[in-house]
Design a protein around this ligand. Structure first.
Ligand code: URA
Ligand code: CA
Length: 433
């Protein structure tokens, strides 16, 4: 087999076989197939797409390029969740203990990565002592005992994807739905879950700006998951503003605690119940969404969800008393209001800009080696649809530096106000099976 023939075949719109795709991914991972040929191939996919079978073969080949996590020692049907991007998305922090509290095993592999805030692990590390450096055996034991544990990402998970994503980034081939879908799904499948719930974001703050593209991506990922024998469902949710109020690491942990008590921001609360219900149904712990939702709501009300969070934090070395005393979480030295320049109704909050504001304060990583300030971030006081008076606080900056003029400008620019009344945006557009 020669790579040049495979590039030509895709360029001319033909379908590649499983063997051809395996040959290509193995060769690329080992370095036998050079970057320039893989770049040309990616561009051919960008223009010609891939069939449903090709996408499954590509995903499977990337899964097999590295470690595959074996969760067979964990009892029950393991469910994983993935959200495509978004800003201040606190859902994982809430969902892991929430669904665990009704008996669904959550064996979560998580990363740090670059972004506006840290990843799930960074956020959890706002809790003194919490760590994810546990062995695979401890991980299995903890999930069997407490139904939830988080472990750091294996360094050798889907190396083919890592290499290909870096190449796509510099060859203008990121925005290809088959390539995005196989990239995301390969990581989820290699991480070992039996079933997967996907939260695909759409709107100004999302990867997929239009609803049609989001639906297309969701369907493509669902077909891949089901195609490799992992039951997969997706929902499409709104990102025309950040989710919840808090964007920052410790700030989001605090928000997660409120949400586990049933006292979280309305949109975050609703999204967690929707995603959580799908997870509970897929794991076989409830027959339908309404039964699952009731179980989760009960768990918030009777304190079991919060208890599960405490147990989880404590089991991985964390100071679980922060759950009852959130004031023990890292706190920024300054809390500075961002006053509205005019009166009106909030029409839009560009999530991306709020994310950048949080990053400017030090909440996220600019490079792989940046050190995150866990205490800082932005808390939104006003959301889309809210009425605002001139001078009233749109948001509150939590900062460890006194001068936040630039951050304030950024937040002001993220808010678009209008004279007319604005409806709250739709939170969940549709489900994809
Ligand atoms: N996120 C990924 O993991 N892969 C992509 O290709 C795009 C977004
Ligand atoms: Ca949030």
């Amino acid at each position: 087999m020669r790579m040049v023939d495979l590039i030509e075949k895709k360029r001319d719109g033909y379908e590649l076989t499983k063997e051809e795709i395996q040959f290509m991914i193995e060769g690329f991972t080992s370095g036998d197939i050079p970057d320039y040929q893989m770049s040309a191939f990616s561009m051919a996919v960008f223009f010609k797409g891939m069939t449903k079978e090709e996408r499954v073969h590509l995903t499977q080949a990337m899964v097999e390029s590295g470690d595959q996590i074996d969760l067979s020692g964990i009892e029950g049907i393991k469910v994983d969740k993935h959200s495509t991007g978004g800003v201040g998305d606190t859902t994982t922090l809430v969902l892991a203990p929430l669904v665990a509290s009704v008996g669904v095993p959550v064996a979560k592999m998580s990363g740090r990565g670059l972004g506006h805030t840290g990843g799930t692990i960074d956020k959890l590390e706002s809790v003194e002592g919490f760590h994810v450096e546990i062995t695979n055996d401890e991980f299995t034991h903890l999930v069997n005992t407490n139904k939830v544990a988080v472990i750091g990402q294996s360094a050798n998970l889907t190396p083919a994807d890592k290499k290909l994503y870096a190449l796509r980034d510099v060859t203008a081939t990121v925005d290809s739905i088959p390539l995005i879908a196989s990239s995301i799904m390969s990581k989820k499948i290699a991480a070992g879950a039996d079933t997967i719930v996907l939260d695909v974001k759409t709107g100004s703050g999302a990867f997929m700006k239009s609803l049609d593209d989001a639906k297309d991506l969701a369907q493509t990922m669902v077909d891949i998951g089901n195609g490799v024998g992992r039951k997969t469902k997706a929902i499409i949710s709104d990102m025309s503003q950040p989710l919840g109020f808090a964007v920052g690491n410790a700030l989001e942990v605090k928000e997660a605690i409120d949400t586990l008590k049933g006292e979280g921001p309305e949109d975050l609360h609703e999204l967690c119940l929707t995603l959580g219900s799908h997870m509970v149904v897929l794991s076989g712990k409830a027959e339908n969404d309404s039964q699952a939702r009731e179980m989760l709501e009960d768990s918030m009300k009777n304190g079991k969800a919060l208890e599960a969070f405490k147990t989880f934090l404590g089991a991985q070395g964390g100071d679980a008393s922060v759950v009852d005393e959130p004031a023990k979480l890292p706190t920024a030295s300054y809390q500075i209001s961002v006053p509205a320049k005019t009166s009106g109704f909030v029409a839009e909050i560009t999530a991306e800009e709020i994310g950048i504001a949080a990053m400017m304060l030090g909440a996220g990583r600019v490079t792989k080696d940046s050190v995150i300030d866990l205490a800082v971030g932005v808390v939104l006081n006003k959301k889309v649809g809210d009425k605002v008076q001139e001078g009233e606080a749109l948001a509150t900056i939590h900062s460890n530096q006194e001068n936040v003029d630039e951050v304030m400008e950024k937040i002001n620019a993220a808010y678009r106000l209008t004279g007319e009344k604005v409806d709250k945006p739709t939170l969940i557009y549709t489900e994809i099976h």
